[in-house]
Ligand binder design. Structure first.
Ligand code: NAP
Length: 301
């Protein structure tokens, strides 16, 4: 039996583990993929205190090493559900059942899809959700980016250094992205903004060859592209634990500043929690708070 199981080895989860270990609690972190979470694909982090510039991979690796050095255990397994019996929480994976007195759900979020018929079939054949992972395959080619948030604008900026031509397709006029990044993108000569339009069709033989975009009046334009980078936001990963949480309309876990949930001894931290600002620094902050609250909870048992 562990004192605390943390589900998710992103910034929130690993920070929670650091705080829990420093309070001398036994900690298991369950992670279904690689450690690091969403930040691992970011080429340059320039808004985290102390480090003026650091790659997402280096950030995640340093955090992982710190967490391991403090004695947190890792198991690279997907947590499928949590069963509660009195004060004991059992986290079930495909092969194991792990018991703990408290659980911190720091599962983050996954890529939102456009929802087009052949979208999933074309992943790796022209459709991508990660510009920094796949951008190099499109050197000298024509690509489109869909979305109007920071990810889309940063992706378009990144791709404009590699591709010959970049279309940025956004469904309305206004952007969620930071003005400074948007201003930098507007200066790129090989970037064309296509606003008030949605990507409505993916045209492919074996690979993506073109996309159709449709404006608000229903007029369709076909763009010949080698790649489409989908950056239309993220979906919180709370579904497997929904019965233990209160979720808002978008599926984010509702909690107050203590990261508590409606289930005693179950906490949420990071991007899967309802909050105003989803950034590295707020993920780390959630991790610290959730762990401190979990430690307080353990002291009541
Ligand atoms: P986001 O801010 O939620 O933006 C998603 C974008 O996709 C929005 O422009 C949205 O349009 C559009 N969209 C959503 N569903 C769509 C659909 N079905 N079809 C077409 N367009 C659709 O997501 P994000 O860019 O991934 O960013 C997530 C969070 O991480 C944000 O808080 C962001 O600030 C943060 N982030 C920060 C940095 C940084 O600070 N360097 C970098 C990346 C991300 P509408 O605007 O019309 O809703």
């Amino acid at each position: 039996m562990y004192d605390i199981i943390v589900i998710g080895a992103g910034t929130a989860g690993m920070t929670a583990a650091i705080y829990a270990r420093r309070a001398d609690k036994s900690v298991l972190i369950l992670e279904s993929g690689a450690y690091g979470g969403q930040i691992i694909n970011t080429p340059d982090i320039a808004n985290y205190p102390v480090e003026a510039h650091i790659s997402g991979f280096d950030f995640a690796t340093k955090l992982y090493e710190q967490t391991v050095a403090l004695g947190a255990e890792f198991a690279f397994e997907r947590a499928e559900r949590i069963e509660i019996s009195g004060n004991i929480k059992t986290v079930i994976t495909a092969d194991n059942a792990y018991e703990a007195k408290a659980v911190i759900i720091a599962t983050g979020s996954s890529n939102r899809k456009l929802g087009l018929g052949n979208e999933e079939k074309l992943v790796g054949r022209g459709v991508s959700y990660c510009a920094t992972c796949d951008g190099m395959f499109f050197k000298g080619k024509t690509v489109a980016v869909a979305g109007g948030g920071n990810t889309a604008v940063e992706d378009a900026l990144y791709l404009s250094n590699l591709a010959e031509k970049v279309y940025l397709i956004h469904r309305r006029e206004g952007f969620r992205a930071d003005k400074s990044t948007l201003d930098r993108l507007r200066k790129r000569k090989n970037v064309e903004f296509m606003l008030n339009r949605n990507v409505t069709k993916l045209i492919a033989d074996k690979k993506l060859t073109a996309i159709e975009v449709t404006d608000r009046d229903g007029a369709v334009t076909t763009l010949d592209v080698d790649g489409l980078f989908v950056a239309v936001g993220r979906i919180p990963e709370n579904e497997s634990f929904a019965s233990l949480l209160d979720l808002d309309q978008s599926g984010y876990a509702i909690s107050d500043e203590t990261c508590k949930t409606k289930t005693p001894g179950v906490f949420v931290a990071g991007d899967n929690r309802q909050k105003e600002l989803r950034q590295l620094v707020t993920a780390a902050s959630d991790g610290a708070i959730a762990a401190s609250e979990a430690v307080k909870y353990l002291n009541t048992l």
